[in-house]
Design a protein around this ligand. Structure first.
Ligand code: ZN
Length: 144
């Protein structure tokens, strides 16, 4: 800030302790000597707005942990041939269902994929063996 002599009104040079014209001690500036004359009104980096939304997200509906009936019902639904698979897919990708159901659907989806793959491999191996036996029965009947 600019300082003027209290006695004669002379504009005092920066960091001047006494007035060069009349010798009156200069009023002490409240700002430190190394501060700029004009303080910036722009927000300082430390006063930057915090990241994230300003408003609080709507609190999810408070519900207790899913009970045994919830798990049992979910597993019963997953056991339904086509509908169960659809629900399993929807619940495993949707985050609108309760987290226990979401994780259960994901776990059962992984389990279903693994079991289906194993079943497919077993079916292929079985059909290969059976077709090989059938082939030999037709073309090499004297082995039987
Ligand atoms: Zn003066």
């Amino acid at each position: 800030m600019l300082l003027f002599c209290k006695h004669c009104g002379l504009l005092l040079p920066a960091h001047q302790t006494v007035c060069p014209r009349c010798g009156t001690p200069a009023p002490q500036s409240s700002a430190p000597a190394d501060q700029p004359l004009y303080a910036s009104t722009a927000p300082q980096p430390s006063a930057a707005p915090t990241e994230g939304p300003r408003y609080q997200a709507a609190a999810p509906k408070k519900r207790g942990p899913m009970g045994l009936a919830g798990y049992f019902g979910s597993l019963l639904l997953f056991a339904v041939p086509v509908v169960g698979l659809i629900f399993m897919l929807i619940w495993s990708v949707s985050d609108r269902v309760r987290p226990e159901r979401h994780r259960l659907a994901q776990a059962y989806l992984i389990r279903t994929v693994i079991f289906s793959a194993l079943l497919l491999v077993a079916a292929l191996v079985f059909s290969a063996i059976m077709s090989n036996i059938a082939y030999r029965m037709v073309y090499y009947p004297y082995y039987f």
